[in-house]
Every structure is written in C-alpha cells, then in structure tokens.
Design a protein around this ligand. Structure first.
Ligand SMILES: [Zn+2]
Length: 349
C-alpha cells in the first residue's frame, strides 16, 4: 500500500533537452566518455525538473535511451537493427517505425541496460541531495510490448508475436531480478500494448504473461504496471477502452496498476474502484497529449472525482503516459500543477 495518501508519480520517460536531441542525432561524433557524460547531464536535468515539481516518485526520464543501440533492442542479440521505415512521409505516427528482423535466437548476455540506468539515477539523485526524500523508480517495457517491434521468424521457432514474447520473457525477468539485487525498490513494467490490443486478444493470456514476468520479484520490490493506448508522436492506437481488460486484469500480480484517464475525459473511471480493492491504482490525471496546461484547481477537481471511487491511500496520481512526446516547458508546468493540485486536496483530507 501507499506510504502517503495521493502519492504523486510519473511514468518513465521525460522530454530530452534540446541539446540532447541534437546530440543524439550525431552520436558518432562522441566518444564513449562523452556519451556517458551526456547521459548523466541529461538525467540531472530530468531529475531537477521532477524534484522542482515536488513529486514523491521520480525516474531517470529514460534520458539515456538515445537511439536503438542504447535502447533495449540494442542489448538484444539475435536481431538486425537495420529496420527500414515502411512509410517515410506524411504525418508522423507509429506506422513510420520499422520492425527489426530476428536473425538468431534472442539473448541478452549483457542484460537490458536498466540496472546501469538505475545506478545513474541513484548517483544523480544523491548529488542533488534528493536521496531518501523521493522514491526512485525504474521502468522497463514488458515482453509483450517489447515484442511488438520484432518480426516473427518461424525458422527460428518464433512463428508469431506470442512466441517472440515467450522468448523475451526470461530476459525481462532477469533484468527485474538484477534491478532488485541493485536495491531498486519500485519498478514499473510497462505493457501499453496489452491495453492497445486487449479488445482483440485473449486477455487471460496477458495476465498469465505478466504474472510469469514478475513472479521472482513479487514481494521484493513494489511492482507497478503501466497501461495506456499508445503515445508515439502523441497518437493513440486501438479503441481507447479499458473495460475489455476486466475482470481478468484484477488477477495481475502488481502493487500498482496505472491507467490512462485524462485524455479520455475520465471515461470508465468507475473501474478504478475494482482495481483498488486489491492494489493501489495510479490514475492518469494529466493529459500528456494536450497543450492545455492543467491548473492546480483542475487537478484537484479530477482527484476529487477519483476519491468518489477509491480512498486516498490507494490512489496514486500520475500523467497519462511518459512525457517524452510533450515539449519540456509544458511537461514541467504539467508536473508542477499535478503536485500543486495534489497538495490542495491533501490539505482537505
Ligand atoms: Zn504509455
């Protein structure tokens, strides 16, 4: 359960500073020391913004996942990173991201990089005097979501997305175990693909997948899961309803389940009552896709609507998704409003 009522949190990603985005397009001009410095400096920016907002839980903003090579795919052996974009022109969206060919058995002998990210976050937080004041959360995509960018290869025993997911599951599980061993006390396993495709898939299968992914770390760290309807270039995929996931998803072995709500004008909000019966529920209270900047009063009103269904000590407040697709000035102001709005309601509890 929550340590504090109306805990304020974030989903993994945060916008890159402009200089980092520029640098990430010219990584070949930097040496390994330079890259390491870039990553630490970027995490420092993200942590400073989150601390200034007053959050209870912060992340490294995924600032070191600069390109394919430095993201999870770069740690996977057996995939060909040359993925041509199927559509190169027109409005930016999901269908412009290519899928990687699987050319050998999937392995991750160096892990998936999340432990190194967590250690960097710890160091930066200590340097900024935040140690002990905030909870440091690591986030990692779950195997189903991670499999979405890979092409099945029947010759290698991966005939479909499910088979790819099964191959990735132990790799993700090992990374979770390594994070726990490194001292990480809160981990989000992001599975937005489950909410995006829940309308057409067997959702019990999702529950089984998730529970097997986290089975060795359950009870050893706070396990969170993030669900949303996609946010690449601030666009959604699939019908934006969580109802098809329930009641099956009530059997997910997680301490906190996050759902996208603000961009959907809080439709299906009543479902959070079911979620909160056995775990904390994190509600997307800030719309990361809209450039309307919520006021603290807007946030407070939204929180009060949630409190009609769940008690304050079961309710976590967060943005709808990571903020990486939102301009940094807007992300900063939205987080400040989130924390200010939470403070307004806490005063009245
Ligand atoms: Zn998301």
């Amino acid at each position: 359960m929550n340590q504090c009522p109306l805990r304020t949190s974030v989903i993994g990603s945060y916008p890159f500073p402009a200089w980092l985005e520029h640098a990430s397009q010219h990584l070949d001009r930097f040496g390994s020391e330079d890259r390491s410095e870039l990553q630490s400096d970027a995490v420092t920016c993200a942590v400073k913004d989150q601390l200034a907002a007053g959050l209870d839980v912060i992340t490294d903003g995924e600032q070191s996942r600069l390109d394919f090579n430095l993201s999870f795919y770069g740690y996977l052996q057996g995939i060909d990173l040359e993925s041509a974009s199927p559509r190169r022109w027109g409005p930016p969206a999901h269908d412009q991201r290519g899928r990687h060919a699987v050319v050998a058995p999937l392995q991750a002998p160096r892990g998936l990089g999340a432990v190194e990210e967590y250690r960097r976050l710890e160091t930066v937080s200590r340097e900024l005097g935040a140690a002990g004041r905030v909870t440091l959360k690591a986030s990692i995509p779950g195997p189903y979501t991670l499999s979405g960018r890979l092409l099945p290869n029947a010759d290698l025993g991966y005939p479909d997305r499910w088979a790819l997911t099964e191959a990735l599951l132990p790799l993700v599980r090992q990374e979770l175990e390594a994070l726990v061993a490194a001292g990480c006390r809160e981990i989000s396993v992001d599975e937005p693909s489950m909410s995006c495709y829940g309308y057409r898939e067997e959702v019990r299968r999702f529950v089984d997948l998730f529970n097997r992914t986290v089975e060795t770390v359950t009870g050893k760290t706070r396990v969170c899961m993030h669900l949303c309807f996609g946010n690449y270039k601030a666009r959604a995929i699939g019908p934006r309803q969580i109802a098809p996931l329930f009641p099956a998803f009530l059997d997910m072995h997680c301490d906190e389940m996050h759902v996208e709500m603000a961009s959907r004008e809080f439709s299906e909000l009543e479902l959070i009552a079911q979620v909160a019966r056995h775990r904390d529920v994190a509600v997307g209270i800030v719309d990361v896709k809209s450039y309307y900047i919520e006021t603290p009063e807007d946030i407070a009103a939204r929180v009060r609507r949630c409190l009609e269904y769940v008690p304050a000590d079961r309710l976590v407040l967060a943005p709808d998704c990571g903020l990486s697709q939102t301009a940094r000035w807007a992300a900063r102001r939205k987080l400040q409003a989130l924390c200010a709005g939470a403070a307004l309601v806490r005063k009245t509890l």
